[in-house]
Design a protein around this ligand. Sequence first.
Ligand SMILES: NC(=O)c1ccc[n+]([C@@H]2O[C@H](COP(=O)([O-])OP(=O)(O)OC[C@H]3O[C@@H](n4cnc5c(N)ncnc54)[C@H](OP(=O)(O)O)[C@@H]3O)[C@@H](O)[C@H]2O)c1
Length: 295
Amino acid sequence: METRPFGSTGERFPILSLGCQRVVDEHNCTAEQAVAILNTALDRGIRYFDTAWVYSHGQSETRVGLVAKHRRQEMWIATKAWDRTREGARRQLEESLARLQTDHVDEWRLHNVWGMDRLEAMTGRAGALEAAVRAREEGLLRFISISGHTDPQVQVEALRRFPFDTALVAVSVLDHFIYSFAEEFLPVAQQKGIGVVGMKVLALRKLAHVADRALRYALALPLTTVIVGCSTLAQLEADLAVAEGFGPMTGPERLEFFRDVLPLVRPENMPWKAVDWASPEEWKPRDEPYGLPKP
Ligand SMILES: NC(=O)c1ccc[n+]([C@@H]2O[C@H](COP(=O)([O-])OP(=O)(O)OC[C@H]3O[C@@H](n4cnc5c(N)ncnc54)[C@H](OP(=O)(O)O)[C@@H]3O)[C@@H](O)[C@H]2O)c1
């Protein structure tokens, strides 16, 4: 599989990586199946694994930990802090490390920074970013990151405020047409040498019927790798087949793809573009004090 440099981290990664949000019971994936998916990914050359403190009450991290316990040296582990505050985020990091069965993570992100108010809280005084900087000094994490799938200008502003090492952003072909990270964020990240990981490549299944072209579209963008969320080995195999044979679409092919998917660019298909959206897996009762509405 093609590999690309990851910003200024000094690492290179294959263009396909694994999103681990779905390797959980609520997506009908057992612990045994999850371990098989992660081990197969590693055996086939994937090195980058994304999870988060908030996913399925920690089950996603726990399952990544079942494999990290044995194969940590082969894995790049990225996880995320949901809490906006320094103390809350620190507690989450400590819980993440325990679940992941490791003494450090490679990358830790401010999770789902959907608006300027959340950015302000997380990067302001006593915010989660202070916990990240401290933890990096202590060797509990290596690189500081930010994620978002709503408004690219929030992540552009984040890069103005702090020298984030990396970012995880939404790059599905549907995202191309509204609040476009591809158009508004990637050029800024490229110019600053930030390592970028893409997500929402299959638009939460809305592009499952054109998975092949959806992946090829995203892989042709100026980013390092994309995390696709797989809950079965068959999905992983299908995504690997596209990534291993990857060649960008021609200009006319890309235009034809745009024409085919344009009818899908509608609010009901892209809930992550709304500032008041968080997926059920991400929502937790303890978020209520921070103003996050129930899904
Ligand atoms: N704010 C954030 O930082 C944030 C937010 C969301 C997700 N993430 C991360 O991003 C990863 C990817 O999630 P996403 O939200 O971007 O979703 P996505 O990758 O656009 O869609 C994932 C879904 O597509 C389906 N799928 C995967 N491969 C397929 C194939 N070859 N053919 C047909 N369907 C296929 C699976 O559906 P089924 O499982 O339903 O079968 C899978 O759950 C997550 O695992 C998580 O690690 C981060």
